[in-house]
Design a protein around this ligand. Structure first.
Ligand code: NCD
Length: 305
């Protein structure tokens, strides 16, 4: 049985296959309508979510399957003190596949010790978020036609932002990807990512505080929210939360072909006026999330049409 805890659990060939399936689903949705008939997906969300949980559920419904689960820890037996291991062992009796989000880094590793069905990490604390990365990769592939040869600026909370950590790990395996890390000093990309991911892959990267300076060279701007819930004190969050606000003025010196992405939810970091700019692709990115999750569910259940 295969689980998906980290984006590097998938090879680049696996990713190519998932993108191809997602694109086939977009073109031929009726072919997949009953693909997961009688199958059940459980969504175990110990932490808030809109896109990830609902896109998983909608993905399973569009494949003709069913969904069950909970959307907050307090409505499950976790509130009575049950361990993640026991919860997942129990849910394995009811579902064919599990998507799980948890505030603690590494919780999905505990889950797979007792799981009897495949487990997908739908975000663990400030660590990883592989299915958002699949969504991001499909978006880049659709927008640029390839996952190679571009400069991406990752902006905002690079320390706690799990979507950034997974995306960096994924992109480190493609040719000609340059990374510009744009953050205040307190929210820089963690050292372990530099030493374990970027340096071994020989990735060319720079770190800067200035979005303005980085902007003209970027092919992709990946904006992230400052992760309030992972801060140790509120004063630091308040000081840092509005460091970067992307508005139409900031985009004046950007490439006309720029692709603006954001995993969402946004708070203040992109103003609503930017939504009208054809370079803003974050709501399209949301839409792609459902198709890549459909492809992933099929793959993990071993269903090949
Ligand atoms: C992200 C997450 O949960 O890490 N949201 C998402 O899944 N699209 C980003 C965030 O919460 O800032």
């Amino acid at each position: 049985m295969q689980h998906l805890l980290n984006i590097t659990d998938l090879s680049t060939q696996d990713i190519d296959r998932l993108i191809a399936t997602a694109e086939d689903i977009m073109q031929n949705p009726e072919k997949y309508r009953d693909a997961c008939r009688y199958k059940k997906l459980a969504t175990l969300f110990f932490e808030p979510s809109t896109r990830t949980r609902l896109s998983f559920e909608s993905a399973m419904m569009e494949l003709g399957g069913n969904v069950l689960g909970f959307s907050e820890a307090n409505s499950s037996s976790t509130a009575k003190g049950e361990s993640v291991g026991d919860t997942v062992r129990t849910v394995s009796c009811y579902a064919d596949i599990i998507a799980m989000r948890h505030p603690k880094e590494g919780a999905p590793y505990a889950a797979i010790q007792t799981a009897q069905v495949p487990v997908i990490n739908a975000g663990d604390g400030g660590h990883n978020h592989p299915t958002q990365t699949l969504t991001d990769l499909l978006t880049i592939h659709r927008e640029r036609g390839s996952l190679e040869n571009f400069t991406i600026g990752l902006c905002g909370d690079l320390k706690f932002g799990r979507t950034v950590h997974s995306l960096v790990a994924a992109l480190s395996r493609y040719q000609g990807v340059k990374m510009v890390f744009i953050s205040p000093p307190e929210l820089r990309i963690p050292d372990y990512i530099i030493t374990n991911v970027l340096e071994p892959a020989g990735i060319s990267y720079v770190q800067t505080e200035s979005l303005e300076e980085a902007m003209p060279q970027l092919d992709i701007l990946y904006v992230t929210r400052v992760q309030r819930e992972r801060f140790f004190n509120e004063a630091d969050y308040i000081r840092l939360k509005d460091t970067y606000i992307v508005d139409p003025d900031k985009l004046i010196h950007a490439k006309s072909s720029l692709v603006i992405m954001h995993p969402l939810p946004r708070v203040n970091e992109i103003t609503p006026e930017v939504d009208q700019d054809p370079r803003a692709r974050y709501f399209q990115q949301v839409a792609y999330g459902k198709y890549i999750r459909m492809a992933l569910i099929l793959d993990m259940l071993g269903i090949h049409l």
